[in-house]
Design a protein around this ligand. Structure first.
Ligand code: PMV
Ligand code: MG
Length: 339
């Protein structure tokens, strides 16, 4: 056991497939965003938890603010005990709020904190966890909590890259958890797919922040009843097209599939495209760009792909004028096209 270890986890952003991915067997494309949460873990006489998300510290005694971290620690303790590893108290410090001025960005901080806590404990106990096992352990934590998400955020954050994620039947695995040992569950095939994607299309990837915090689980509850076969099938088609188009550097197809996925969301519920998100999307008009809301919508972030440097500047300026903040920017697609 080393004395002090450091780990980090990224944020994520849905490119396409949100809401549809809630239906088992449907896919989404989710991109890693290198805005990090960081953790330090070291040996201590008793458990000390300290996150800058809260103004107080905690131990393992029940604490509503620290519940997610505590439940993750509990799951890891169950796992370590099954591996017959002796447990030792530690001090865990978590930094990085994935937000500003008390408002979250919507980059998946709760998923990130679960993966971060698992990574920190794996480092502390010198366990080598594959990205896949990391994903499954984090998913078990959320399943036990009754989370209503697709776990797509965990897939992206555990793999730390742009992924194609096809979801599993969370209800079925949650039921299995009741009568199957954790080790067995972790070894089983849950029937999901997580495939890292290497975009070959060169473009600027821009993230715009609305500064309006949205709660995904609430939006999911409100929007879910509208998920019909037509939406699911059409969205799946666009996710598959976008994946192919990104890999083969087909600009027109990338733009088409993102715009169509965006229209499908717009038709699904009026809660998704807030005025700010509409402005984010409309800023791409007349430019060699495509823009879309990301994730549950109702606020948080959207993104744009821009294929001309001058147009990126115009788009950013239009965003600023509409009260949208450029949160992150990168040059995407430095890879050779897949033949
Ligand atoms: O808003 P986000 O980034 O939390 O994304 C939510 C995406 C949904 O498909 C609406 C829900 C989910 O868990 O997949
Ligand atoms: Mg969101």
């Amino acid at each position: 056991m080393k004395t002090k270890m450091q780990v980090q986890t990224c944020g994520k952003l849905y490119l396409a497939g949100e809401y549809a991915v809630l239906s088992p067997g449907h896919a989404a494309l989710i991109k890693n965003i290198p805005i990090y949460m960081r953790a330090e873990i070291e040996v201590a006489d008793s458990y000390e938890l300290d996150s800058d998300l809260f103004s107080h510290k905690a131990s393992l005694a029940p604490d509503a603010d620290y519940a997610l971290i505590q439940e993750t620690i509990q799951l890891m303790h169950d796992y370590l005990s099954l591996l017959q590893r002796p447990l030792h108290p530690f001090a865990l410090t978590i930094r990085g709020k994935m937000g500003k001025d008390g408002r979250k960005f919507g980059l998946g901080s709760s998923g990130s904190v679960v993966v971060l806590t698992i990574k920190a404990m794996a480092a502390f106990y010198q366990l080598k966890l594959s990205s896949d096992l990391l994903f499954k352990l984090a998913a078990v934590v959320l399943l036990k909590r009754g989370d209503n998400g697709s776990m797509g955020d965990l897939a992206c954050i555990a793999y730390e890259q742009l992924v194609y994620y096809r979801s599993f039947d969370r209800m079925a695995i949650r039921q299995r958890l009741a009568d199957t040992s954790l080790l067995e569950i972790l070894e089983q095939d849950w029937d999901y797919e997580i495939k890292p994607i290497q975009p070959a299309l060169a473009c600027d990837f821009l993230v715009g922040w609305t500064r309006e915090p949205a709660i995904s689980s609430d939006l999911v509850k409100q929007v879910k009843s509208g998920l019909n076969e037509d939406f699911l099938n059409q969205t799946q088609l666009q996710v598959d097209c976008l994946k192919e188009a990104l890999e083969s550097a087909d600009k027109t197809a990338v733009k088409d599939s993102i715009s169509t996925a965006s229209q499908l969301l717009d038709r699904l519920s009026s809660l998704i495209y807030t005025e700010k998100l509409q402005a984010l999307r409309e800023a791409s008009q007349g430019l060699d760009c495509v823009a879309k809301s990301s994730g549950a919508g109702g606020g948080d972030c959207g993104f744009a792909l821009s294929f001309a440097t001058e147009d990126s500047q115009t788009l950013i300026q239009r965003w600023q004028e509409a009260g949208l903040e450029l949160l992150y920017q990168e040059r995407m697609g430095a890879h050779e096209p897949k033949s």
